[in-house]
Design a protein around this ligand. Structure first.
Ligand code: HEM
Length: 265
């Protein structure tokens, strides 16, 4: 190694100095619990980044008909989701009064404005123009959301994969408007019932998608409960009705057909 090239170290590779300079509490003091609040949100944003990285990989694997590797990657996504749900326990050690001690310093800041969370929703089929318009023209979040708005959802990639596996997926489903949420389809449900009965490889893949759906619903449920116990029925800092708004987002399946067939299997 030449003299003027510094050896790579743990600190230089992971940019630890930069990372540790990014937690900047805004409350006077600062209030003790604000550090936890900042760190946990930053950790979530890193997990969101990793999830998007893995979801993009799953899409490419499905496009390449690599069922086994798609399942493997979905398994990793699910494992991360479980960790994300479990991390809410840490934030629940913060009492309502501890949160109120710095809440007003958040102004309008809220997870509501997380573009990476919206990108994940878009990829799963929950797309909204309103979510895009929240970000200024030309900004990174806006460009990322505009791109994902037009792209196939995970369900579309899965249906195309099934068609290549010689399932008779109706042409209308393959050509559906990718902006609309995946709607229940009796034809697809019949295909899935047959698939579950005679195609264990693809039935496993379907089960991983159900796991994913359940995992996202679990996160939503736990987040609402945390919100209820921390701020009750107060409005959110992002301007919504708070827990009341969040409760409306629970229990909506991402892949309705995979749930609809359960009673017929
Ligand atoms: C004390 C802790 C927390 C409270 C009181 C809280 C409160 C809220 C509220 C009230 C909303 C509704 C939108 C609004 O602000 O009006 C919301 C949305 C959201 N929060 Fe939290 N939150 C907390 C922690 C977290 C954490 C740690 C994350 C992780 C990133 C997070 C992510 C989100 C996301 C992604 C949304 C949008 C959900 C949707 O639109 O479906 N929140 N939060």
């Amino acid at each position: 190694m030449s003299d003027n090239t510094a050896a790579t170290t743990y600190g230089s590779y992971l940019k630890i100095d930069e990372l540790l300079s990014l937690q900047q509490p805004r409350s006077a003091g600062p209030e003790h619990d604000e550090m936890l609040f900042i760190i946990i949100h930053q950790v979530y944003e890193l997990w969101f980044k990793e999830l998007l990285h893995e979801f993009d990989h799953v899409m490419r694997l499905l496009e390449g008909d690599e069922s086994h590797r798609s399942q493997h990657t979905l398994k990793r996504i699910l494992t991360i989701l479980k960790v994300m749900v479990a991390q809410l326990d840490i934030l629940e050690t913060m009492t309502p009064l501890e949160f109120l001690s710095f809440r007003e310093r958040l102004d309008a800041a809220s997870g509501f404005q997380s573009d990476q969370f919206r990108q994940i929703e878009f990829l799963l089929g929950v797309k909204s123009e309103q979510a895009i318009r929240r970000f200024p023209d030309g900004s990174r979040p806006r460009a990322a959301l505009e791109r994902r708005y037009r792209e196939l959802t995970l369900w579309d990639a899965f249906l195309r994969y099934l068609a290549r596996e010689r399932y008779a997926v109706p042409a209308a489903d393959l050509a559906r408007d990718v902006i609309a949420p995946p709607a229940p389809s009796p034809e697809i449900q019949q295909i899935l019932i047959d698939l579950y009965r005679r195609d264990s490889k693809n039935a496993e893949l379907c089960e991983r998608l159900v796991d994913l759906d359940e995992g996202v619903q679990e996160w939503r449920y736990r987040h609402v409960k945390m919100v209820e116990r921390t701020i009750g029925s107060r409005q959110g800092t992002g301007g919504s009705a708070g827990a009341e708004y969040l409760r409306e987002t629970i229990g909506r399946p991402i892949f309705p057909d995979l749930w609809a067939i359960r009673s017929q299997l």
